[in-house]
Design a protein around this ligand. Structure first.
Ligand SMILES: Nc1nc2c(ncn2[C@@H]2O[C@H](COP(=O)(O)OP(=O)(O)O)[C@@H](O)[C@H]2O)c(=O)[nH]1
Ligand SMILES: [Mg+2]
Length: 182
């Protein structure tokens, strides 16, 4: 069972926990949808307004680990003030490095890694964090297109898990990967 713990924006408010799996991705990539599919529950808000969620949300997953939903990056309509607040919040969160067991980085299977995604990936690598790339929205691709993208857009990124939050394709594989990599 997945239980909401709390929302927070600053270090002092983050809950006690020891094993966190954090979900990151560009706004609108389908992070909320993926969380809902993965946990088979409506836990995350699926928004029509990208970038709307500005809090970090913590969930207890089966008393095994804490799932952490951080706001999407690459949202162009943020004001400068909001962008700075966002960057500070992310730095605050990622400074808890010893608690973060895995980062699930969600990207669009149709697009590959954007400039923002690559920046995030480099940030994770600089921090020495364990991460996996999850390419979402494969329901929008034919088998041919998906194969093409695997060999072209994603060839440099090692182990990528291809999923659809929409039709739940490979969601169980993602679940297994998380549990095996805590
Ligand atoms: N076709 C398709 N659409 C998706 C998928 N996942 C999310 N979406 C749609 O993409 C939009 C953004 O989804 P949302 O979960 O709010 O993205 P977030 O901003 O990353 O949390 C919504 O219209 C979703 O219905 C998917 O796997 N396939
Ligand atoms: Mg969302």
């Amino acid at each position: 069972m997945v239980k909401f713990i709390k929302s927070a924006t600053i270090k002092n408010d983050f809950p006690e926990s020891n094993r966190e799996v954090v979900f990151v991705g560009r706004s609108n990539v389908g992070k909320s949808s993926l969380l809902n599919a993965l946990y088979n529950q409506k836990i995350a808000y699926v928004g029509k307004t990208p970038g709307k969620t500005r809090l970090i949300n913590f969930f207890n997953v089966d008393n095994i680990y804490t799932a952490v939903d951080v706001p999407g990056y690459g949202y162009a309509k943020r004001s400068q003030k909001e962008a700075i607040e966002y960057a500070n919040m992310m730095d605050d969160y990622f400074s808890r490095i010893d608690k973060i067991h895995l980062v699930v980085m969600i990207v669009d299977s149709r697009i590959g890694l954007t400039k923002d995604d690559i920046q995030m990936k480099e940030y994770l690598e600089d921090m020495n964090l364990n991460y996996v790339i999850v390419a979402n929205k494969i329901d929008k691709l034919s088998n041919n297109q998906l194969n093409n993208n695997k060999h072209k857009l994603f060839k440099d990124y090692g182990n990528v898990i291809y999923v659809s939050a929409e039709n739940k394709k490979n969601i169980e594989e993602l679940n297994k990967y998380i549990l095996a990599n805590l």
